[in-house]
Each structure stands twice: as C-alpha cells, then as structure tokens.
Ligand binder design. Sequence first.
Ligand code: HT7
Ligand code: ZN
Length: 844
Amino acid sequence: HQTFYLADYQPPAYLIEDVTLTFRLSPRATRVLSRIHFVPNPDTSDRTFFLHGEQLTLISAKIDGHEITPTLTDTGLTAEAPDAPFTWEAEVEISPETNTALEGLYMSNGMYCTQCEAEGFRKITYYPDRPDVMAPFSVRIEGEQPILLSNGNPTASGKGWAEWHDPWPKPAYLFALVAGDLRATTGSFTTRSGRDVTLNLWVRPGDEDKTAFGLQALIDSMKWDEDVYGREYDLDLFNIVAVSDFNMGAMENKGLNIFNSSAVLASPETATDANFERIEGIIAHEYFHNWTGNRITCRDWFQLCLKEGLTVFRDQQFTSDMRSASVKRISDVLMLRARQFREDAGPLAHPVRPEQFQEINNFYTATIYEKGAEVIGMLKRLVGDRDYYRALDVYFQRHDGHACTIEDWLQVFEDTTGRDLSQFKRWYSQAGTPLLHVEDSFEDGTYTLTFRQETRPTPGQPDKAPLVIPIAVGLLSPDGTEVVPTTLCEMSAATQSFTFDGLTEKPIPSILREFSAPVILTRQASNAERAFLLAHDTDPFNKWEAGRALAKDVLIHMITDGNAPDSAYLDALKAMVSDESLDPAFRALAIALPSQDDIAQTLHASGVVPDPMAIHNASKTLRQATAEHLADILPDLYAANQVHEAYQPNADQSGKRALAGAALSLIARLDGGKQAQAQYDAADNMTQQLSALSALLLADAGTDALAAFEAQWKDDRLVMDKWFSLQVMMAKPDDVADVVTRLTARPDFDMRNPNRFRAVIGALGGHLAGFHHPSGKGYELMADWLIKLDALNPQTTARMSSAFDTWKRFDEDRQQMIRAQLERIMARETLSRDTSEMVGRILA
Ligand code: HT7
Ligand code: ZN
C-alpha cells in the first residue's frame, strides 16, 4: 500500500469556484451528477488534472460540454484539462445499500446518510477530495423519503425533491446528505448579533423522547462559544441527525451534523449520567468545529490536530464550565493515561502531527485528539489566559476561510505574544511521553527542585530533544498550610533547577498541579507523603493523584511482593471518603481503583512483566479489603448520597449517584447483592439500574436481573448494547471467551452495527485478564472477529486491532500466541489497507 508523506505536500493544480450536485437516490443504483467550475490555481504551475474516485461507476464525463474519456485507475481519474477556467460535468453510479464500510453514501435502517471525513467523498463522486480545496456547494436530492437534508440552507423543495445551498466554502469532507423518514425536535437560538437560528434534532420515529437533552446541550454550546471565544453561528439552520450505524461518535458536517445515536439520544430511563455527560461533550465538540475545523480547516490530513486538538481543548473547557472543573480534569487525565500514554508507549506511537500514513483513518487517535488538546493547554498556560484569547482572535481573523497548518497556528501566537515557539513546536513532531525525574534539596531556607526530562525512543524516532514543559508547583509546610501557592516552572533544558527562597523548613512539594503537562512524573514519594498530600493538598488534581499513587503502590506491592492490603491506605481512603467537605463526584473518583491496564502499564514501565491474572486477583482482593474496612460507613455513605428530587443529569446529582454507586458495589461484596437487588427493583433511571445490575453481577447474583433487563429493553438497541457489554466486562477471566461466544451467537448480535460490535468485542479487548487468558482463547476470538469484520468495515476493524498493541509487555508465551494471531490476520489476502497498516505497525 502507498505511503503518504507530509514532506510531499503540493498545492492543488485547480481550485473550485462552485459545485452543484444532483442525487437520484436508489438503494443499489444511486446516480450522482456533478457540475464543477474549476479554475487554475495561481499558486502553482502544475496543471495535472486528477480527481479522486473510488468504487464509482462512471457513466459520463464532460469538460466544457464536450464528452471526454478520462483515464481511470483504482484511486481516481486523470484527463486533459485547459489551463483556464472550465466546467466539469460527470455522472456516476454508486450502491449505498451494499456499502457496509459506512464511508461515503450508505444506508442505515432504510435511511440514506453520508460520512465523508476523511476521504469518503471520493466514494460519492469524482472530486479533488483534499481539504485545501474549498468550495460553496449547491445540492439537489431526488428521493421518495419524506425528509431530504444537506448542508447549508434549504432553497426549494417539492414532492420527492429538495434543494440546498451552502454559501460557506468547504472541503468535500464536510459534505453531508441525509434522506429518510425522520422526526424533528425543534428549538431556536438567537445569536448575539441577532440572527435567529432554527435548531432541529432529527431522529427515527419513536426516539422523539430522547432529544431534549441534546438540543439543550446545543443551545448551551452556542452560547458558550459566543461568551468565551466570541464565535457566532453563521447559518439560519442547524440540523443534527441521529444514525444507528456509525463508525465514530459524530461528524461536524457544515450545518448538518450527523451523530451516532449513542452520542445524542438520551432519556433518564435509557441513558446513564456518564452517557449524558458524553453527549453534552460531543454535541459541544461538533458544534465548536464550526469555527475550529470548518471555517478554518486543515491544509492536509497531517494537520489533523489543528482542528481536533483545539476542538477537544475547547470541549473540555466547556464541560469544565458546565460541570466541575477539577472532576473534569481528573477524568480527562484518566482517559489520557489510559489511551494516549498507552499508545505513546507502544508500537503505534506517533507525533501529534504525524509525518506519514497509509490510511488517514488510522490517525484519529488519542495522540492527535487528547495529546493535541494537552499541547494547546500547555500553550495557554505558558502565554497566560489573556494572550491566549488575544491570539485566538487573531487566528480567527487571519485564517477565516482558509486551510491551515500548525505553522500558521504557532505563528499567530508568536506574533501576538512575541514568544519564540520553535522549541515548543517539538511537541508536535516528537512522539513519546516524557518522563520527568525530580530531585529536591533544602538548605538555608532555600528549597530546590531539580527536574530531568527523558523521552524514550519511539518507532522511527530513536533520539529525542528536550521539550518545553510547564510544571505547576505548590509547596506545603509540614503542618499542612500552603507556603508557596501554585507557581509555574518553565522547563526547557534537559535538566533544570528551580529554587524557592525564604522558607523556614523543608516543604512538601505538590508537583505538576492540574496535570500541567502530559508527562510521567517518576518521583517515588513515600506513602506518608502521599497520604499527607491526599489530606492537605489544595490542588484537587494533585489531591486525587496522591490517593491514586497510594492505591497503585499498594496494588503493585500486593502483586510483586505478595503483600496484604495496606491498612494505612485503607485508613486514608476511609478518611477521604467520609470527608463531606469534598464533592461526592471527587470522592467517587478517588474511591475507584486504578484500572488493571494501568497497573500492567506501570509494571511494564518499571521492568516487571505483568501477569494479568495476578493483577486481576490483587484488584479483587483490595476491593474486598476496602469493602470490609469501610463496612461501618458504607450504609450511611450510600444513604447520604441518594437523590430524592426528580432525576436531572447535572453534575450535582450525578456526583451523588456515582458515589452511591461506588458504595453499592462495595456493599455487594459484603451482603451478596441484597442492597443491589433492592436498588435494581426500585430504579427509575438507567444510572441506578445499571449500577445495581453491575453490583449484582459482581456478587454472582445477577441472573434474574439480567433476564429482567433483557425483557424490559430488548427493543432498545442502545440500552441492549449496555447489556451486552456489561456481561463481558463483569465475566470471570476463565469465562470471558465463553460469554463472548454465547453473545455473538445471538440473532441480535449484528456485527454490521459498530456499536453492537464494540459492545461485545471491544469489551473483550478491555478485559485484561480475560483477553490475556493463558489459554490464548481471548486472542483467537479477537482475531476471528477482526478478520470477519474487516471484510465489511475496515475502519472499525483497524481501530479495534489496537487491542493487541500492548503485546510486547507480556511474557514469551503470550507474545508468541499474539504474534501468531497477528500473523494470521496479516496473511489474509484481501485484508484492507486500514487493518494491514495497523497490524503491520503493531507487529513491527
Ligand atoms: N471529525 C470527525 C472525525 C471522523 C469521523 C467521524 C465519524 C465517522 C468517521 C469519521 N472519521 C473521522 C469527528 C470529530 O472529531 O468530531
Ligand atoms: Zn473533532
């Protein structure tokens, strides 16, 4: 397969003035007519006329009205074109019904919809499918569906047809079309300059009761972007459509966002608090793309973090403002470590701005999204809030309507702040998570912190240069008072010291407050110091971090030295959980154990080969010990965090439910599931129903509840996805493969539906001890399903193949078994480019 390189970028030979598309919809024979006004690009003398096109049947092609016979290849067509403006007309035929890849125009439950990012438009018609070719689109849809939607504003419609016009120049990846029997929930928003915008959330008949929250989230996002970034919406209409079959969460098509139904549909009965929060974040994310992605887009796909890192950063800010900032930061860091640090430490490590790819779909990664957002957060911390927003104003003004690069982005900051960002720029090109080693000393009232940064080699990058690392530090005196409030140490050398004067005694440092940089702090503090910070740190992130480090240390010593659960940890946990001055959501996070994958990652980093079964057993033992140690406070904790008002998915109520749910899962280890059954029977919302079901499964008392749940929800796909995945997640390691085999044999396991596939096969990959079962059954099952899915949906298969990316952490036997499965996948003759690239990189 061909490899594409950032260094090979060439400007397009032709630009487009405008595009008119006509769709004659038919499940297996949709006709797409295009009329495109091309003009030679004055910035280049290249006049090669190439249009991307894949899986298209060309019916006819004309240049300036004259029929031509272009040269066709697997990836597109070439033709002789004038060195002057000209009109291209083509007609192609495509088959949406047989498009199981869910890329281009496809069908989902009888409804037509599109997914064009990154390179799906070339499966709709011949076009320069690259983000630096932007054009206004006019679209006519002919079809028998009652609702026919495209980007922009509706211009005319009649029985069986509708016309749309999007005045904002856009790249083809933002094109969208939807046709189906849909119902709208409608709202409105008046922008601060007085534009009345109609908001529609379109769903299939029967889902109308799950739209209110999404619509409100959209309104909140529109207001927030005006208040915080000064960005207004720019059309009279904003449509969102929920689709059941979708490869990712959602897509920001101009004026017509398309959402995975799981990322937008919610009612208290069917969605958990976590689902509501995710939905709010994704609605915001897609809406924020209107400016960071659509108005200002990427010059090429290597610049993907330009829109994704910034938009994730913005959606994180939004959620912090809507909910609790500290809880949000902790959740984001948990996610970053679980997904991005894992990626950065293995064979799939790549820079925030990659320099090569075979299949761009494989680069919608935690590195580009989440590490990309961390880089923006560091930049903001370094320049300060005022300069950050000043720079953003300049960015929007200078680059509106353009396709940009990371150089353009950083130039704005250099121009507005006068800072030299050449060293900072390494965050975009250097892969790997820096280790931050720390030493401290105290002499004559001066406390010195000496940091050393080290980034280990990653694929293709053996040598690393020092990065600019903003390290937020606070100092506490031994009596618990803060003697130095949060101060920013700006590290740029490989080793660098920072001093704090005028102290009377050696302080206790609180380092990397708010997790001010995406690095791994290696400092081995004593457990006494961790307990001290857990009790006294004024920075909520580091307070939580201290508790987490304690839990990790306890678990690791249980695994490596056979220690018993540490009572000092259990005492500290008990004190923290009982501290009612702390937010319940914070306490719920602090009570949770580090994930088993996190422990495996930590053991591997310290040179110990992780044993998944030992990690599983230690976690279980520590949970049991926690339940017993907290036994006397658990009933009160559970009772005190019941919500007596009507269900609201807000931060306050969901924090209480999270803490009560954590208490319930501990209680279930003591009472055999009695309390959980009572909660299950009384639950009137999905959060409590699901936390009760999961506690019952923990206590081996879930058979009846599982059956009742299925009977109640068998017709609700999204709720049944939870039922499927929970059974895999809660299975005992020895049973995981059998559970997966039983679930995948059910008629309602539809592998064409990515949500259902992820619910079962994704949960298999996420069950550390089940997936890495010594029998190798987990690996074999995963490979079997990846092979089957690859023939239908390469994009989702490739993403899920990352379940294997940690294989080098494990013992020889496991490595051999995994290698055999990866090679079995690789040996498939018809393996997709997507999966072949991923598995090839994992094996390398
Ligand atoms: N910009 C979108 C990324 C995307 C995508 C979405 C749905 C299906 C396939 C996709 N490929 C790429 C989503 C986002 O970041 O907002
Ligand atoms: Zn995005």
